[in-house]
Design a protein around this ligand. Structure first.
Ligand SMILES: [Zn+2]
Length: 153
């Protein structure tokens, strides 16, 4: 089973792309995701055994930019309009923001630190100060450590 197939057991595509991307690409939008990111999220989902939430726009919620971000999604669009460079992991299908109704973000991060040795690919985490209420995970770790932390602030 591929990383994508496993990921699809837990997440609908609409949970990880915006409405614009979903309407334009449909199921072809799965191509935008780095399989390493999908494998890491499956590892976390299965390991912690709790539901993880990314976007919720399809159910009427206001979260739409926590997975893949395209050029017309507001975070990217606004940066571009302001003349700011923006090369986020979210724009490359390498990053995701998650939360859970069952555990606070710092608790999820601690689980990741405690289990770093079994994480399938090297990852970066946004730290507790930079991401107080969500868990940003990406596969942009270029070190030889399994987990590194950074601040976006
Ligand atoms: Zn993020």
């Amino acid at each position: 089973m591929t990383a994508l197939q496993e990921f699809q057991k837990y997440f609908d595509l609409r949970e990880v792309v915006s409405k614009k991307v979903f309407e334009r690409y449909g199921l072809q939008a799965w191509q935008f995701f780095d399989p390493r990111l999908l494998a890491v999220v499956v590892w976390l989902r299965k390991g912690m055994g709790i539901p993880l939430v990314c976007n919720n726009w399809a159910n009427g919620g206001n979260l739409s930019q926590r997975g893949f971000r395209a050029n017309l999604d507001p975070i990217v669009y606004d940066k571009t309009k302001a003349g700011k460079l923006y090369c986020s992991a979210h724009c490359r299908g390498m990053g995701i923001d998650l939360s859970s109704g069952r555990a606070y973000a710092p608790t999820i991060r601690q689980w990741i630190r405690d289990n770093a040795a079994s994480c399938p690919f090297p990852i970066r985490l946004e730290d507790d100060i930079s991401a107080p209420t969500w868990v940003h995970i990406d596969v942009c770790n270029t070190t030889d450590l399994p987990v590194i932390e950074f601040s976006a602030k």
